[in-house]
Design a protein around this ligand. Structure first.
Ligand code: DHK
Length: 149
């Protein structure tokens, strides 16, 4: 059985009440429960962590090396700013799928840039909570086949 970390960044603890017209009504707890149950159905043991702090997210990425087989990351606004998170992912050499609830490409220009994408296997955005399930499927394909093609 593979192991994957679902890692959520700043403000995602407010899912469910935060701008529901953008991020939907699904809470972070619901997202995490969905990931755990979907993971077990496809042979992935899922752990979840959320932090509003860049350093705590970097520490979680470092701790995943040797413990996890892959990461599903919604870095929130750090997506668009954090070279440190990008470097952390590159450093641990774990496959990472980037997720966003909203379609960042259909929003403000500053959300179109993702440092995270540069070190991601792929990006899923615009599908709300379902995006995390799609990311786990993508990670499973990558881990089982060495690619998502
Ligand atoms: C979440 C955030 O907090 C924003 O800063 C990103 C992302 C988009 C999301 O859609 O999940 O720009």
């Amino acid at each position: 059985m593979h192991k994957a970390l679902i890692l959520n960044g700043p403000n995602l603890n407010l899912l469910g009440t935060r701008q529901p017209e953008v991020y939907g009504s699904t809470t972070l707890e619901m997202v995490e429960n969905l990931c755990v149950s979907h993971g077990s159905s496809i042979g992935i043991d899922v752990s979840c962590f959320q932090s509003n702090h860049e350093g705590a997210l970097i520490d979680a990425i470092h701790a995943a090396k040797g413990d996890q087989d892959g990461i599903v990351l919604n870095a929130g606004a750090y997506t668009h700013t954090s070279i440190a998170l990008m470097d952390a992912i590159a450093s641990v050499e774990l496959p990472m799928i980037e997720v966003h609830m909203s379609n960042i490409h259909a929003r403000e220009d500053f959300r179109h840039v993702s440092y995270i994408s540069k070190v991601a296997v792929g990006q899923i955005c615009g599908f709300g909570a379902r995006g995390y399930v799609m990311a786990l499927d993508g990670l499973a394909a990558h881990l089982n086949c060495g690619s998502t093609a």
